[in-house]
Ligand binder design. Structure first.
Ligand code: MRU
Length: 355
């Protein structure tokens, strides 16, 4: 079992381990404390897990999914119920609470449904407890393997000497470990290519400056930070070779929901003919929905009106704080998955990719 306080060194260079199971508890890096403190929280109750997801102690689509899976396992393990039907009903309640935390990243729903399905297949209470935990553990290890495979698939798109812009944090801190967009960069770096990363700050929660800058500096990958407002300037000066971002939900049509600001990065990249790639595991794909079906989370206005607890906006000003936006397929050069790189037309090629 990986000790949460250790960086993961499994087979390759060090990367942060964001989600771990340790001595019967879920252990998470507390991302609200980064970059000033690398601390961990230990959770034993699914309601604590739901709060940790809602309050961004853990964030990033794949990390949210695996965390929620452990939340459901904790609900099973700590249940006093001796009757199978009663336990399943408790798990349905826990699932509803975990589902209500964040609406946009599809991995949350994917993970909860996967663990719930396992629970429903069991014949007695003890088996439900074992099977839910086993499934969550399996998903956490799969997450790292899938990210590494995505890294291998995507690294071919990157050339030695590239300067790559990324938005938000789609790294180890957004997954169990290794990362999606940053996993591709990590794999190119491991293959001996010299890569420089430009991270946007990613207002208002600052995942770029607080998390991506922290993670890449921690891992020894060259990183510079720009304000979100400098994207047009650096792209117009040919300072960026390509863009790689993560995703919270990818539709079968290639519509990508990701951190607010991704759409404007994609528009500017398109204007300057800079390739724009998305890295996302198949667990981030939503094969059923259409763009208008997706709920874009709106977060507390204090994320915009305050910086580190200090008010920066006059009292009484109306604020709109959407957490995600939609990038249409025509702005996307390719979607890097663990099954291969999907090129446009996405809907047709997705069918071929998945067989
Ligand atoms: O609000 P957050 O920090 O959970 O948003 C995260 C993102 O938008 C990431 O880019 C996305 O989840 C991909 S993570 C591999």
């Amino acid at each position: 079992m990986v000790h949460a306080m250790d960086d993961s060194k499994e087979d390759g260079p060090v990367f942060l381990r964001t989600v771990a199971w340790e001595d019967g508890s879920l252990v998470l890096i507390d991302q609200t404390k980064l970059p000033n403190m690398l601390t961990y929280v230990r959770l034993d109750d699914y309601k604590q897990v739901a709060s940790a997801i809602k309050n961004l102690v853990v964030r990033g689509a794949p990390a949210i999914g695996v965390t929620a899976a452990f939340g459901l396992a904790l609900a099973a393990i700590h249940s006093n119920s001796r009757i199978l039907e009663e336990l399943i009903s408790e798990l349905n309640t826990a699932q509803a609470i975990l589902r209500s935390t964040r609406p946009t990243a599809v991995n949350l729903f994917w993970a909860l449904e996967r663990v719930m399905k396992k629970a429903m297949e069991q014949k007695n209470v003890a088996d439900v407890k074992n099977a839910t935990l086993e499934e969550a553990l399996k998903m956490s290890e799969e997450d790292i393997q899938v990210n590494k495979q995505m890294g291998i698939n995507g690294a071919d798109l990157i050339e030695d000497g590239d300067i790559i812009l990324t938005h938000c944090n789609a790294g180890s801190l957004a997954t169990v470990g290794y990362g999606t967009a940053l996993g591709v960069i990590r794999a190119a770096d491991e293959a001996g290519k010299h890569i420089s990363v430009v991270a946007t700050e990613t207002r208002p929660v600052m995942q770029g400056s607080r998390l991506t800058a922290f993670e890449l500096q921690h891992d020894g990958i060259d990183i510079s930070l720009i304000p979100d407002t400098a994207v047009g300037h650096v792209m117009s000066r040919q300072m960026i070779k390509r863009v790689i971002v993560g995703a919270d939900r990818v539709l079968r049509t290639g519509h990508v929901f990701n951190k607010i600001g991704t759409y404007q990065v994609a528009l500017i990249a398109n204007q300057h003919k800079i390739p724009f790639y998305v890295a996302a595991p198949i667990s981030t794909f939503d094969f059923e929905s259409n763009p208008a079906d997706i709920v874009i989370e709106e977060r507390p206005i204090e994320e915009v009106t305050e910086i580190a607890g200090t008010r920066i906006v006059p009292l009484g000003v109306r604020v709109f704080n959407p957490a995600f936006d939609l990038t249409p397929p025509e702005l996307i050069s390719g979607i890097i998955t663990e099954k291969g790189v999907l090129k446009p037309p996405f809907e047709k090629n997705l069918k071929i990719l998945l067989g």
